[in-house]
Design a protein around this ligand. Sequence first.
Ligand code: NDP
Length: 281
Amino acid sequence: MNFLHNLTGVFAMPAAENPTVEMVEAAYRHHGLRYRYLTCEVPPELLGDAVRGARAMGWVGFNCSIPHKVAVIQHLDRLGESASIIGAVNCAVMRDGELIGENTDGKGFLDSLRELTDPTGKRMVLFGAGGAARAIGVEVALAGAADITIVNRSRQRGEELTALLNEKTPTHAQFVSWDGDYDLPAGTDIVVNATSIGLFPDVDARVPVNVETLTPQMVVADVIPNPPRTRLLKDAESRGCTTLDGLGMLVNQGVIGIKYWTGIDADATVMTKRLAEIFGC
Ligand code: NDP
């Protein structure tokens, strides 16, 4: 087997300590896969060269992170359905000589959510309108959620995501400007924090929501992988809600990427264990 034909990686900037690398390589080792997952620091002006290099070296695919998620699209051959609606790619896959752009963030979230509840026909409140929120909103909408309320600090981003969901997916979406503690409407089934509030080291930062309006029939999810047990999730647990942490989303997007690149269903427990070691939880 030629090693050069089994390279995957992440085009990131800067090349920071990357838990995803550890997680993916743990899965490759566990399954005895002769693949490598490398961190490559790619400056924005050389992104096209990096993608051409990956093609030339026979890479089976790669992840890309901020700031490359949108810019990479012009260098790919085509996009999967949700990546095309989201307008961002975090995972490229070589299939039959074509580099295809996918977005596994929302798909990873959806896989985690489905372990707890089927989003079909459900009402969701989504905090945030950045990259993670776009991916989650589109994927949950395509999965059949009936109604999505986007709650965001910046009106422009929030309205853009709301319009995108109404125009490109079958769901009904509305925007609420985030001003003080948000009262969750009665009848909400799923609550998602897709902002960066609570990410290490700001672990005590509070998602502005009226905790009294959290009720036991709600599934409350947080995208923050580190720490996995955020203040929001602790509050939700104390109110009797079912909770979902961001570690599952991170692991599942990795599982999906590995499936795309290698055809293998990676063992999520091995990947979760490696992340838990890194995050000390
Ligand atoms: P973006 O920068 O694209 O978006 C950030 C969002 O958070 C915006 O909606 C922003 O609002 C909002 N926000 C940030 N700070 C505040 C605040 N103090 N008050 C209110 N709103 C705030 O980031 P991403 O969407 O890419 O990432 C968001 C989080 O998701 C990150 O913490 C990241 O770690 C996590 N993530 C987790 C993944 C996983 O697999 N678990 C995968 C991808 C991301 P505004 O528009 O007003 O600025």
